[in-house]
Design a protein around this ligand. Structure first.
Ligand code: ITT
Length: 184
């Protein structure tokens, strides 16, 4: 069973494949892109993107939007995570968090699934941890070196990231639903 995954991020594809391939779902990356709404809710971004991409490509697609929500910063950068990463990056986040003790943060991953001319469906996964005091680890991508669960950053945990991450959870929900509803 094949499904098109519209994303420009190969790391996302690798993590999604690790969940979907063992379940017999083949993901085919397409980096044609889609307009990312400036919405407060990543679910709205995923929903709109999936509808747009399905109609543009004329086939069933998934897109996935992720946000990092830092409690003490009232959820910042949230839906603006890509822009913030590209501008101030991990050093900028660490500077914002200097001398702050409350370091709780949550990653939200929302997958939008859509078929042409249909309503999108969303699947969400979250992982709550803390912002580290410094960058640590060589693996992963994006905010992984500064986000930690039980004291270990995502960038330091290798394949374990794929057992506990926001993306592992959203893709597990998606894959279970897809196999139940779309396999013939
Ligand atoms: P798309 O083409 O799929 O949109 P993207 O990299 O722009 O790829 P997002 O907008 O979903 O994806 O990601 C927002 C930011 O969060 C971006 O800077 C990513 O690098 C980062 N990010 C996403 N997932 C992450 C993860 O699992 N760990 C660390 N950082 C992550």
């Amino acid at each position: 069973m094949k499904i098109t995954f519209v994303t420009g991020n190969r790391h996302k594809v690798e993590e999604a494949v690790a969940v979907c391939a063992p379940r017999g779902i083949t993901l085919v990356q397409n980096d044609c892109g889609y307009p990312e709404l400036q919405e407060d809710d990543v679910a709205e971004v995923a929903r709109y993107g999936a509808g747009y991409a399905a109609n543009r490509l004329g086939c069933a697609v998934i897109v996935e939007d992720t946000g990092l929500y830092i409690d003490v910063l009232h959820g910042f950068p949230g839906p603006y995570s890509a822009y913030v990463y590209d501008t101030i990056g991990n050093p900028g986040i660490l500077a914002l968090m200097r001398d702050i003790d409350d370091r709780r943060a949550t990653f939200r991953s929302v997958i939008g699934y859509c078929e042409p001319e249909q309503e999108p469906i969303t699947f969400e996964g979250a992982a709550t941890g803390k912002i580290a005091y410094r960058e640590h680890g060589e693996g992963g991508f994006g905010y992984d070196p500064i986000t930690e669960i039980d004291g270990t950053t995502f960038a330091s945990m290798g394949a374990v990231k794929n057992e506990i991450s926001h993306r592992a959870r959203s893709f597990t929900k998606f894959a279970d639903w897809f196999l139940r509803n779309k396999s013939i």
